[in-house]
Design a binder for this molecule. Structure first.
Ligand code: NAP
Length: 304
């Protein structure tokens, strides 16, 4: 199927373009970006112009930051195109509802991706936790914002989510693997004095689960989720790529495709063939609740 990629920046070039170029399902035939291009691919700077010129393209994948993305998604859906969204699906939950309704009315599908759910051991973790009683949990998501978001001021602007931009990846895994939903009980948001969004957050969820998100981590980076159950302790490490049970390594399952983004595009192909949507807003709801009930603490100014 022919696909257009919109918002040619870091994640489009790091992950989407290689995944599409290696995929048997997809042919990348157009880009839309004010500045970016992909060698050998027809380039547009305006989405509506691309949609008008290329009625043969049924699917549009949107890779720009969330604040800008909703208008692009509505335009593409109303033009009758299937839409794939980078995470988070939008900056607000009400925008997610609008997108779902626009897709329904246009009789096309929308796929709100959560790339971390495609990490190698996430499905295995979900299977292992099924039917077990959760006693407690600890999420530690500590990384260096200067390394992963060099110069990207939008992450600290309103709607950019701050440290929840990576933190929502952990929450996308949590909401996928736990047998039951959790709620946010308390949150502490550390916001640099010169910015709008948190650089660190500590969250208490129900079931004695807590999270420590921090963007000031230099040196080794940590992306782990540990869940203590009545039948042992599961630990997901390296963002879900590795897993132990009571300290013993678990073997990775056989997989037809390796890599989070190849798996996302394979799923998108299935959804288009089936004429279906997938838009799970549970990770967004947890983030929104942190902003609603969290204490805001002012911390040192942050400069890239
Ligand atoms: P980015 O490089 O800062 O932005 C991507 C592109 O979006 C930019 O090159 C820009 O292209 C376009 N854009 C930015 N602001 C725009 C606006 N106001 N209107 C229209 N287009 C705009 O960001 P990114 O790191 O790729 O992240 C984009 C999304 O991917 C985010 O939602 C992020 O959470 C997600 N993501 C990022 C990573 C990562 O490692 N960076 C990993 C996984 C997921 P033009 O200026 O050329 O139009």
């Amino acid at each position: 199927m022919k696909i257009a990629l919109v918002g040619i920046g870091k994640i489009a070039l790091d992950q989407h373009v290689p995944a599409l170029q290696a995929s048997p399902d997809w042919e990348l035939v157009a880009t839309v970006s004010r500045n970016g291009t992909v060698d050998g691919v027809e380039a547009f700077t305006d989405l509506s112009a691309m949609l008008a010129a290329r009625s043969d393209i049924r699917v549009v994948s949107l890779c720009m930051p969330p604040m800008a993305r909703t208008d692009y998604a509505l335009t593409a859906l109303r033009a009758g195109r299937y839409v794939m969204l980078e995470k988070p699906p939008a900056a607000t939950l009400s925008a997610c509802d609008m997108l779902a309704e626009a897709a329904r009315r246009a009789r096309v599908g929308i796929f709100a991706t959560w790339h971390s759910r495609e990490a190698r051991m996430v499905a295995t973790a979900k299977d292992w936790l099924a039917g077990k009683k959760i006693k407690s949990g600890q999420i530690t998501w500590r990384e260096d914002v200067r390394k992963w978001h060099p110069g990207q001021d939008w992450v600290f602007e309103t709607g950019g989510m701050g440290v929840f931009d990576p933190g929502i990846n952990a929450l996308s895994i949590l909401t996928e693997i736990l047998p039951d939903p959790v709620q946010v009980l308390q949150a502490r948001l550390e916001v640099p004095a010169n910015r709008q969004t948190p650089i660190a957050a500590q969250i208490a969820f129900s079931d004695n689960i807590s999270a420590d998100f921090d963007w000031r981590q230099e040196g080794p980076q940590t992306w782990t989720i540990e869940i203590v159950t009545d039948a042992g302790t599961l630990s997901l490490q390296n963002g879900g790529a590795d897993m132990t049970i009571d300290g013993a390594s678990c073997a990775a399952p056989e997989a037809a495709l390796s890599g989070e983004y190849p798996r996302l595009y394979s799923r998108m192909a299935e959804l288009v063939h089936a004429g279906q949507s997938e838009l799970d807003t549970r990770p967004m709801a947890l983030v929104a609740d942190c902003f609603v009930i969290g204490d805001r603490i002012s911390v040192d100014p942050f400069h890239f």
